[in-house]
Design a protein. Structure first.
Length: 316
Protein backbone atom coordinates (compact mmCIF):
# COMPACT_ATOMS: atom_id res chain seq x y z
CA UNK A 1 0.00 0.00 0.00
CA UNK A 2 1.03 3.64 -0.44
CA UNK A 3 2.08 5.95 2.35
CA UNK A 4 -1.01 7.36 4.09
CA UNK A 5 -1.60 11.02 4.99
CA UNK A 6 0.06 11.08 8.42
CA UNK A 7 -1.83 14.16 9.54
CA UNK A 8 -5.13 12.36 8.89
CA UNK A 9 -3.79 9.25 10.64
CA UNK A 10 -2.97 11.29 13.75
CA UNK A 11 -6.26 13.19 13.91
CA UNK A 12 -7.92 10.64 16.26
CA UNK A 13 -5.06 11.09 18.77
CA UNK A 14 -4.25 13.96 21.09
CA UNK A 15 -0.47 13.89 20.88
CA UNK A 16 0.59 17.35 19.78
CA UNK A 17 1.98 18.86 16.59
CA UNK A 18 3.84 16.60 14.16
CA UNK A 19 7.52 17.54 13.83
CA UNK A 20 8.82 14.77 11.54
CA UNK A 21 7.96 11.36 10.05
CA UNK A 22 10.11 8.50 8.83
CA UNK A 23 9.34 5.12 7.29
CA UNK A 24 11.15 2.40 9.26
CA UNK A 25 12.61 0.02 6.72
CA UNK A 26 13.39 -2.92 9.01
CA UNK A 27 10.83 -5.68 9.13
CA UNK A 28 9.16 -7.34 6.16
CA UNK A 29 5.51 -7.91 7.03
CA UNK A 30 4.00 -4.57 8.09
CA UNK A 31 4.43 -0.86 7.38
CA UNK A 32 5.93 1.05 10.33
CA UNK A 33 6.14 4.84 10.40
CA UNK A 34 7.99 6.79 13.06
CA UNK A 35 6.17 9.98 14.04
CA UNK A 36 7.81 12.60 16.25
CA UNK A 37 5.53 15.24 17.79
CA UNK A 38 6.13 18.02 20.28
CA UNK A 39 4.83 15.64 22.96
CA UNK A 40 6.79 12.47 22.20
CA UNK A 41 8.00 9.84 19.74
CA UNK A 42 5.70 7.18 18.32
CA UNK A 43 5.45 4.42 15.73
CA UNK A 44 2.30 3.95 13.71
CA UNK A 45 1.98 0.40 12.39
CA UNK A 46 -0.24 -0.57 9.48
CA UNK A 47 -0.89 -4.31 9.50
CA UNK A 48 -0.56 -5.69 5.99
CA UNK A 49 -2.00 -8.99 4.74
CA UNK A 50 -5.48 -8.32 6.20
CA UNK A 51 -6.68 -11.82 5.33
CA UNK A 52 -4.46 -13.07 8.18
CA UNK A 53 -4.11 -9.96 10.33
CA UNK A 54 -7.75 -9.53 11.19
CA UNK A 55 -9.03 -7.30 13.97
CA UNK A 56 -9.28 -10.36 16.24
CA UNK A 57 -5.76 -11.51 15.36
CA UNK A 58 -4.26 -8.11 16.19
CA UNK A 59 -6.31 -7.63 19.36
CA UNK A 60 -4.51 -10.53 21.04
CA UNK A 61 -1.15 -8.79 20.47
CA UNK A 62 -2.42 -5.46 21.80
CA UNK A 63 -4.03 -6.99 24.90
CA UNK A 64 -0.78 -8.83 25.61
CA UNK A 65 1.31 -5.67 25.24
CA UNK A 66 -1.02 -3.73 27.53
CA UNK A 67 -0.74 -6.52 30.12
CA UNK A 68 3.07 -6.61 29.89
CA UNK A 69 3.36 -2.82 30.12
CA UNK A 70 1.33 -2.87 33.35
CA UNK A 71 3.76 -5.49 34.67
CA UNK A 72 6.63 -3.12 33.76
CA UNK A 73 8.24 -5.31 31.13
CA UNK A 74 10.15 -3.30 28.49
CA UNK A 75 7.64 -3.29 25.63
CA UNK A 76 6.08 -0.52 23.52
CA UNK A 77 2.98 1.05 25.03
CA UNK A 78 -0.21 0.91 23.00
CA UNK A 79 -1.56 4.44 22.51
CA UNK A 80 -5.35 4.87 22.43
CA UNK A 81 -7.22 7.49 20.41
CA UNK A 82 -9.16 10.31 22.09
CA UNK A 83 -12.14 7.91 22.07
CA UNK A 84 -10.12 5.19 23.80
CA UNK A 85 -9.79 2.98 20.71
CA UNK A 86 -6.53 1.14 20.06
CA UNK A 87 -7.21 0.06 16.47
CA UNK A 88 -8.06 2.46 13.64
CA UNK A 89 -8.83 1.77 9.98
CA UNK A 90 -6.45 3.07 7.32
CA UNK A 91 -7.92 2.24 3.95
CA UNK A 92 -8.67 -1.47 4.14
CA UNK A 93 -6.06 -2.10 6.82
CA UNK A 94 -5.89 -2.03 10.60
CA UNK A 95 -3.51 0.42 12.25
CA UNK A 96 -2.21 1.06 15.76
CA UNK A 97 0.01 3.63 17.45
CA UNK A 98 2.84 2.64 19.81
CA UNK A 99 5.45 4.54 21.78
CA UNK A 100 8.87 4.64 20.12
CA UNK A 101 11.74 3.09 22.11
CA UNK A 102 15.28 4.41 21.60
CA UNK A 103 17.95 1.70 21.49
CA UNK A 104 20.33 -0.33 19.34
CA UNK A 105 19.30 -3.64 17.82
CA UNK A 106 22.64 -5.39 17.22
CA UNK A 107 23.49 -8.91 18.41
CA UNK A 108 27.07 -8.53 19.66
CA UNK A 109 28.04 -12.06 20.65
CA UNK A 110 28.42 -10.91 24.26
CA UNK A 111 27.33 -12.97 27.28
CA UNK A 112 25.63 -10.01 28.96
CA UNK A 113 23.36 -9.61 25.96
CA UNK A 114 22.42 -13.30 25.82
CA UNK A 115 21.80 -13.28 29.58
CA UNK A 116 19.44 -10.31 29.37
CA UNK A 117 17.50 -11.84 26.49
CA UNK A 118 17.13 -15.05 28.48
CA UNK A 119 16.09 -13.11 31.57
CA UNK A 120 13.40 -11.28 29.61
CA UNK A 121 11.97 -14.55 28.31
CA UNK A 122 11.95 -16.00 31.82
CA UNK A 123 10.05 -12.96 33.09
CA UNK A 124 7.66 -13.13 30.15
CA UNK A 125 6.83 -16.79 30.74
CA UNK A 126 6.47 -16.35 34.48
CA UNK A 127 4.43 -13.15 34.22
CA UNK A 128 1.95 -14.34 31.59
CA UNK A 129 0.79 -17.31 33.65
CA UNK A 130 -2.07 -15.04 34.70
CA UNK A 131 -2.76 -13.66 31.20
CA UNK A 132 -5.92 -14.74 29.40
CA UNK A 133 -7.38 -13.52 26.13
CA UNK A 134 -10.41 -14.73 24.24
CA UNK A 135 -8.52 -13.81 21.07
CA UNK A 136 -5.75 -16.39 21.56
CA UNK A 137 -7.65 -18.80 19.30
CA UNK A 138 -7.24 -16.39 16.38
CA UNK A 139 -3.43 -16.51 16.41
CA UNK A 140 -1.28 -18.54 14.05
CA UNK A 141 0.56 -21.33 15.90
CA UNK A 142 3.63 -22.98 14.42
CA UNK A 143 3.04 -26.71 14.00
CA UNK A 144 4.85 -29.58 12.24
CA UNK A 145 2.03 -30.34 9.78
CA UNK A 146 1.80 -26.81 8.42
CA UNK A 147 5.60 -26.51 8.38
CA UNK A 148 5.90 -29.66 6.26
CA UNK A 149 3.24 -28.33 3.87
CA UNK A 150 5.04 -25.01 3.50
CA UNK A 151 8.37 -26.75 3.01
CA UNK A 152 6.94 -28.96 0.26
CA UNK A 153 5.61 -25.89 -1.57
CA UNK A 154 8.85 -23.97 -1.22
CA UNK A 155 11.03 -26.93 -2.25
CA UNK A 156 8.97 -27.42 -5.42
CA UNK A 157 9.20 -23.73 -6.27
CA UNK A 158 12.85 -23.34 -5.31
CA UNK A 159 15.36 -22.29 -7.95
CA UNK A 160 18.25 -23.09 -5.60
CA UNK A 161 18.87 -26.86 -5.66
CA UNK A 162 21.39 -26.79 -2.80
CA UNK A 163 18.91 -25.00 -0.51
CA UNK A 164 16.12 -27.39 -1.46
CA UNK A 165 18.39 -30.35 -0.68
CA UNK A 166 19.17 -28.95 2.77
CA UNK A 167 15.49 -28.36 3.53
CA UNK A 168 14.68 -31.95 2.60
CA UNK A 169 17.40 -33.33 4.89
CA UNK A 170 16.54 -31.02 7.79
CA UNK A 171 12.84 -31.83 7.86
CA UNK A 172 13.59 -35.39 9.00
CA UNK A 173 14.32 -33.85 12.43
CA UNK A 174 10.88 -32.27 12.79
CA UNK A 175 8.74 -33.64 15.63
CA UNK A 176 5.79 -35.71 14.33
CA UNK A 177 3.39 -33.45 16.25
CA UNK A 178 3.38 -30.94 19.10
CA UNK A 179 3.69 -32.71 22.48
CA UNK A 180 0.66 -32.12 24.67
CA UNK A 181 2.47 -32.18 28.01
CA UNK A 182 4.89 -29.27 27.59
CA UNK A 183 4.48 -26.14 29.77
CA UNK A 184 2.51 -23.49 27.87
CA UNK A 185 2.04 -19.75 27.99
CA UNK A 186 2.49 -16.63 25.88
CA UNK A 187 5.51 -16.76 23.57
CA UNK A 188 7.09 -14.00 21.47
CA UNK A 189 8.60 -16.66 19.14
CA UNK A 190 10.65 -14.12 17.13
CA UNK A 191 13.10 -12.50 19.56
CA UNK A 192 16.04 -11.84 17.24
CA UNK A 193 18.59 -9.08 16.71
CA UNK A 194 16.11 -6.55 15.31
CA UNK A 195 13.37 -7.06 17.92
CA UNK A 196 15.49 -6.49 21.05
CA UNK A 197 16.77 -2.97 21.78
CA UNK A 198 19.72 -2.24 24.07
CA UNK A 199 21.05 0.98 25.57
CA UNK A 200 24.02 1.27 27.95
CA UNK A 201 24.28 -2.55 28.13
CA UNK A 202 20.67 -2.85 29.22
CA UNK A 203 17.69 -4.38 27.42
CA UNK A 204 15.28 -1.46 27.07
CA UNK A 205 12.70 -2.74 24.61
CA UNK A 206 11.33 -5.87 22.95
CA UNK A 207 9.42 -5.17 19.74
CA UNK A 208 7.55 -7.05 17.02
CA UNK A 209 4.90 -9.10 18.82
CA UNK A 210 3.11 -9.74 15.55
CA UNK A 211 3.79 -13.50 15.69
CA UNK A 212 3.17 -14.00 19.43
CA UNK A 213 0.76 -16.74 20.45
CA UNK A 214 -0.24 -19.02 23.31
CA UNK A 215 1.56 -22.36 23.13
CA UNK A 216 4.55 -24.37 24.41
CA UNK A 217 7.09 -22.06 26.06
CA UNK A 218 9.84 -23.95 24.25
CA UNK A 219 8.96 -22.02 21.09
CA UNK A 220 10.79 -19.01 22.53
CA UNK A 221 14.26 -20.59 22.58
CA UNK A 222 15.27 -21.41 18.95
CA UNK A 223 15.32 -17.83 17.59
CA UNK A 224 17.42 -16.31 20.42
CA UNK A 225 19.78 -19.30 20.20
CA UNK A 226 20.12 -18.62 16.47
CA UNK A 227 20.85 -14.90 16.79
CA UNK A 228 22.47 -14.43 20.22
CA UNK A 229 24.38 -17.68 20.75
CA UNK A 230 26.20 -18.15 17.43
CA UNK A 231 29.57 -16.50 17.02
CA UNK A 232 31.78 -16.73 13.94
CA UNK A 233 29.56 -19.44 12.48
CA UNK A 234 29.60 -21.74 15.52
CA UNK A 235 27.23 -22.21 18.43
CA UNK A 236 29.02 -20.72 21.44
CA UNK A 237 27.98 -22.72 24.50
CA UNK A 238 29.26 -20.00 26.81
CA UNK A 239 26.57 -17.80 25.26
CA UNK A 240 23.90 -20.51 25.50
CA UNK A 241 24.77 -20.90 29.19
CA UNK A 242 24.39 -17.15 29.70
CA UNK A 243 20.99 -17.21 28.02
CA UNK A 244 19.79 -20.20 30.08
CA UNK A 245 21.19 -18.75 33.32
CA UNK A 246 19.27 -15.54 32.69
CA UNK A 247 16.10 -17.48 31.95
CA UNK A 248 16.31 -19.75 34.97
CA UNK A 249 16.52 -16.82 37.36
CA UNK A 250 12.78 -16.67 36.81
CA UNK A 251 11.69 -20.15 35.69
CA UNK A 252 13.33 -23.57 35.63
CA UNK A 253 13.33 -25.50 32.36
CA UNK A 254 11.80 -28.98 32.71
CA UNK A 255 13.55 -32.18 31.66
CA UNK A 256 10.93 -32.74 28.95
CA UNK A 257 11.64 -29.29 27.55
CA UNK A 258 15.38 -29.99 27.50
CA UNK A 259 14.84 -33.20 25.53
CA UNK A 260 12.49 -31.52 23.05
CA UNK A 261 14.68 -28.47 22.37
CA UNK A 262 16.51 -30.15 19.48
CA UNK A 263 13.40 -30.92 17.35
CA UNK A 264 11.87 -27.56 18.27
CA UNK A 265 14.96 -25.81 16.89
CA UNK A 266 14.39 -27.53 13.55
CA UNK A 267 10.65 -26.83 13.69
CA UNK A 268 11.01 -23.10 14.29
CA UNK A 269 14.02 -22.71 11.98
CA UNK A 270 12.36 -24.50 9.07
CA UNK A 271 9.08 -22.69 9.61
CA UNK A 272 10.85 -19.33 9.37
CA UNK A 273 12.86 -20.32 6.31
CA UNK A 274 9.76 -21.58 4.50
CA UNK A 275 7.85 -18.45 5.54
CA UNK A 276 10.62 -16.13 4.34
CA UNK A 277 10.72 -17.83 0.94
CA UNK A 278 7.20 -16.54 0.21
CA UNK A 279 7.22 -14.51 -3.01
CA UNK A 280 5.32 -11.71 -1.19
CA UNK A 281 8.67 -10.69 0.30
CA UNK A 282 10.65 -10.43 -2.94
CA UNK A 283 10.83 -6.63 -2.46
CA UNK A 284 12.79 -7.27 0.78
CA UNK A 285 15.20 -9.74 -0.78
CA UNK A 286 18.36 -8.53 1.00
CA UNK A 287 16.81 -8.69 4.46
CA UNK A 288 15.09 -12.00 3.73
CA UNK A 289 18.33 -13.56 2.46
CA UNK A 290 20.15 -12.57 5.67
CA UNK A 291 17.47 -14.22 7.80
CA UNK A 292 17.43 -17.38 5.69
CA UNK A 293 21.22 -17.69 5.79
CA UNK A 294 21.29 -17.24 9.60
CA UNK A 295 18.62 -19.87 10.15
CA UNK A 296 20.18 -22.35 7.73
CA UNK A 297 23.63 -21.83 9.30
CA UNK A 298 22.20 -22.54 12.76
CA UNK A 299 20.49 -25.74 11.57
CA UNK A 300 23.71 -26.84 9.87
CA UNK A 301 25.51 -26.29 13.18
CA UNK A 302 22.96 -28.47 14.97
CA UNK A 303 23.40 -31.12 12.31
CA UNK A 304 27.20 -30.95 12.68
CA UNK A 305 27.13 -31.19 16.48
CA UNK A 306 24.52 -33.94 16.75
CA UNK A 307 21.55 -34.27 19.07
CA UNK A 308 23.26 -35.98 22.02
CA UNK A 309 26.27 -33.68 21.98
CA UNK A 310 24.00 -30.64 21.70
CA UNK A 311 21.97 -31.74 24.71
CA UNK A 312 25.08 -32.42 26.80
CA UNK A 313 26.71 -29.11 25.87
CA UNK A 314 23.54 -27.14 26.55
CA UNK A 315 22.59 -28.67 29.88
CA UNK A 316 25.76 -30.15 31.40
Amino acid sequence: MGLPDIHKVMLPYHLGKIKSTQILTKGIENLNIRIDTDQGKYVFRIYQNPAVRTKEYITFELELLQFLAKKRLPVPKVMPTKKGEVLVKVGGYQGCLFTFIDGKDTASGKAWQAEQVGSFLGKLHKTTKSFNSEYAKHRRIINPTETRRLLTERIKASQAPSLAEKLVSFQTHLPPSLPKDLPEGCVHVDLHDESALFRDKRLVGVLDWDDAFYGPLLFDFPVPLTWYCVWKGRIDFHLTKALLDGYEKHRKITEKEKKMLWPFCFLVGLWYVSYMLDSRFDHKKTEVDVSIRQNIAFLEELFRIGEREFYEAMFR
